[in-house]
Design a protein around this ligand. Structure first.
Ligand code: NDP
Ligand code: 8X3
Length: 264
């Protein structure tokens, strides 16, 4: 491993935007990048939590953090938050498209348009709403790194998960397409596709039912948010000529969407 002298480390300070940093993977990523002295733009709808996280990171790590609270489903608000960034913030080096959710776990015939709209509007259209204005800046600078959080649900479709799986298959297709289209602009595109990790994800999926959420992780050791943060961070530390394109990651207890060893 090459240890850089402090002056070089300071020069390599990046501006990172992480969507969905009020909880789970996004919050853990914010902490990881903060520990490594990067400048952070963090987003989420829960403004109080967002501001609290921002204050804690600023104080703990002596870094610049800009909290931006908006709903990613609101295209105008998403574009405005990026397009109105001051010059000292708009040179974004890394965009982590992390915000997302599952809402409901029902057979197709029992599903609701309300749940479906929430997932499609957040996981697919929300990702586009923020990516477009950020990528416009990156193309101008001929540099940047987009990290999309996909899922094993983007590889296999499982029972009662059709629409969530469809949104993560869309993230897979968008990641591949972005990588091709941005090739000439020196912009890296990484997709990280985790299996089960214990965060607020299942509580949200089961509409606040914590008991049912806990049951999803019964009998095995799922990944943690910190595990995913490590991998996201690692993907940003590679030399400029290297890019992790696609990474599927599960805990040792999981083979894919279908097989989980609950006997340990
Ligand atoms: P959490 O529920 O813990 O975090 C989700 C984050 O997304 C929150 O910060 C939430 O912020 C934000 N978010 C949700 N909807 C919106 C919205 N409309 N506008 C802005 N922000 C929004 O879940 P995870 O950390 O587990 O999930 C992060 C990502 O990882 C998601 O894309 C998920 O699909 C994916 N994933 C999760 C896995 C898991 O097992 N946990 C496995 C594979 C992928 P707020 O509510 O404040 O807006
Ligand atoms: C979240 C993991 O298995 O619930 O993307 O689809 S799973």
């Amino acid at each position: 491993m090459i240890i850089l002298p402090p002056s070089n480390q300071a020069e390599m300070k990046k501006t990172i935007i992480i969507t969905g940093a009020t909880s789970g993977f996004g919050k853990a990523m914010a902490e990881k990048f903060a520990q490594n002295s990067h400048r952070l733009i963090i987003t989420g709808r829960r403004v109080e939590r967002l501001n609290e996280i921002s204050d804690t990171l600023t104080k703990s790590y002596d870094i610049d953090v800009l909290p931006l609270s908006f709903d990613l489903r609101d295209r105008a608000a998403s574009e405005k938050s990026i397009n109105s960034l001051k010059a000292n913030w708009n040179q974004i080096d890394v965009l982590v498209n992390n915000a997302g959710l599952a809402s409901g776990l029902e057979h197709f015939q029992d599903g609701s348009f309300e749940d479906w709209d929430k997932m499609i509007d957040t996981n697919v259209k929300g990702l586009l709403n923020i990516s477009k204005p950020v990528i416009d800046h990156m193309v101008k600078r001929n540099a940047g790194h987009i990290i999309n959080i996909g899922s094993t649900a983007g590889r296999e479709v499982y029972e009662r998960g059709s629409i969530y799986c469809a949104t993560k298959h869309a993230v897979d297709a968008i990641s591949k397409g972005m990588r091709i289209d941005l090739l000439k602009h020196n912009i890296k595109v990484t997709q990280i596709s985790p299996g089960a990790a214990e965060t607020e994800f299942s509580v949200v999926r089961f509409h606040g039912d914590k008991k049912r959420a806990k049951e999803a992780y019964r009998g095995y050791k799922p990944m943690t948010a910190e595990d995913i943060a490590e991998l996201v961070y690692y993907s940003t530390t590679l030399p400029s000529h290297l890019c992790i394109n696609d990474l599927v990651v599960t805990s040792l207890s999981q083979a894919n969407s279908f097989y989980i060893n609950r006997d340990n």
